[in-house]
Ligand binder design. Structure first.
Ligand SMILES: [Zn+2]
Length: 95
């Protein structure tokens, strides 16, 4: 991420003001999960066996767009601008 003010190009002039949620939506995505387990042997002469089972699972994802507000610390410049950030995480929106 740039640390410059886009107008006066001054370094370290960028100050975070606030951010706000632009958009938030929920989607379903299919992910592959791996279950691991152990089958325990009844016999002392046979070792336990580990196993893996892959399965597909539908998970809810939340996609978020937030807008960050910035301003230049240089009082002569005083430029204000915004940037948008997109993020995605597993979860669901509050009903
Ligand atoms: Zn500036």
């Amino acid at each position: 991420m740039s640390i410059r003010c886009p107008k006066c190009k001054g370094f370290w002039k960028k100050r975070f003001v606030k951010n706000e949620l632009v958009e938030q939506r929920e989607s379903l995505e299919t992910v592959e999960r791996t279950d691991e387990g152990t089958i325990f042997s009844n016999s002392p002469f046979e070792p336990n066996h580990g196993y893996e089972v892959k399965r597909l699972e539908q998970v809810r994802m939340v996609q978020e767009t937030t807008r960050d507000f910035w301003e230049c610390k240089d009082p002569v410049c005083g430029h204000q601008w915004t940037t948008e950030e997109y993020s995605e995480y597993e979860g669901q929106l509050e009903a």
